[in-house]
Design a protein around this ligand. Structure first.
Ligand code: CDT
Length: 324
């Protein structure tokens, strides 16, 4: 069988001044909860270890660096405990973090950590960075200054195989995973790059504001409640539609809740099947584990019929996608 039990660990409010050790303990608690339900893999959100700091305009370098992880994330003091716990529980994790490289670059990254070998199987750096470099002039605006703090990812969209999750035979092989981060999920291009590599499970952590009138398109409501509903709807829309058109499962994990009592982030962590239907969904906007058994063979009909890319795509008409 090619069934994997996958969990998404939704993480509720994380305030700017929350001690990192406290946040880390919450993540470890979620990992234990998932492991008790026999999850084999747990997805954590984007920038999991701190509040979603790109909403803040900061110029002091030391303050900015305090939100980034430096050196080997699996060994660093602020983060290693989650990896040690994953290893101890034999549960793989995919987790997002703000990455500062040894040569001084900054990325919005995530890694797939393989518990059995205690190693990083794959790393992804967010390619579609939303928002702006400069803050909005309105003092109350919700900013998203990712272009200020991160460089666009330079690793591409690489699908990768994960050993030990299924009793794979040579015929069907080890499951094929892909990772993206938050805004990437809104772009058909991200999904198709993974889809063309035969991806069977897409993992996507996110931080999505429920209210960001300066950022959302002009169609969005000026009523906060309606705008929030729309943000949740559009999150589900892209996860469901792109899972269907790439015949894959997808797992999404939110950082959500009311950070600092005023910055609203939507919940809606979900697991979607290759038919585009939601099979598990968070009920709260707090720390919560959702879980589903994903039979990867359910990807085959879509990949062999409606979305058999080799038979049906007409690449001679797609050059505009990469020429502009
Ligand atoms: N973190 C992240 O990428 N958030 C964006 C907000 C976009 S604001 C219009 C998202 O796509 O959810």
């Amino acid at each position: 069988p090619r069934t994997i039990r996958i969990a998404a660990a939704q993480v509720g409010a994380v305030h700017r001044d929350d001690a990192r050790s406290k946040t880390l303990m919450r993540l470890i608690t979620l990992l234990h909860q998932a492991a008790r339900q026999d999850a084999q893999l747990v997805l954590f959100p984007e920038c999991t270890f701190t509040t979603f700091f790109p909403r803040h305009f900061m110029t002091d370098e030391a303050t900015i660096e305090s939100f980034f992880e430096h050196g080997d994330i699996t060994a660093a003091e602020n983060t290693r405990a989650i990896f040690d716990t994953a290893k101890q529980l034999s549960v793989d994790i995919c987790i997002g973090f703000a990455e500062a490289t040894d040569d001084g670059e900054h990325y919005n990254a995530c890694i797939y950590y393989h518990a059995k070998t205690a190693s990083i199987l794959s790393k992804y750096r967010k390619i579609h960075l939303p928002g702006d470099f400069e803050p909005f002039p309105e003092p109350d605006a919700v900013n998203q200054l990712e272009k200020r703090y991160f460089k666009p990812g330079n690793l591409g969209f690489n699908a990768f195989r994960v050993p030990d999750l299924t009793e794979s035979s040579e015929e069907n092989g080890e499951p094929i995973f892909g990772m993206m981060i938050c805004n990437d999920r809104r772009w058909a291009e991200s999904w198709r790059c993974l889809g063309l590599q035969g991806v069977e499970v897409v993992l996507a952590g996110y931080n999505t504001p429920g209210w960001a009138p300066q950022m959302w398109g002009s169609s969005s409501s000026q009523d906060p409640e309606e705008a929030r509903e729309e943000a949740i709807f559009q999150h589900k829309l892209v996860m469901q539609a792109h899972s269907y058109t790439n015949a894959c499962f997808s797992v999404s994990a939110a950082r959500c809740g009311l950070d600092d009592g005023k910055y609203d982030l939507i919940g809606g962590s979900s697991i979607v099947g290759p038919d585009g239907k939601i099979i598990a969904e968070a009920k709260t906007e707090e720390d919560e584990v959702i879980i589903a058994d994903c039979d990867l063979d359910l990807c085959s009909p879509g990949k062999k019929r409606t979305f058999d890319f080799a038979r049906h795509r007409r690449v001679e008409h797609y050059s505009i996608l990469t020429s502009q």
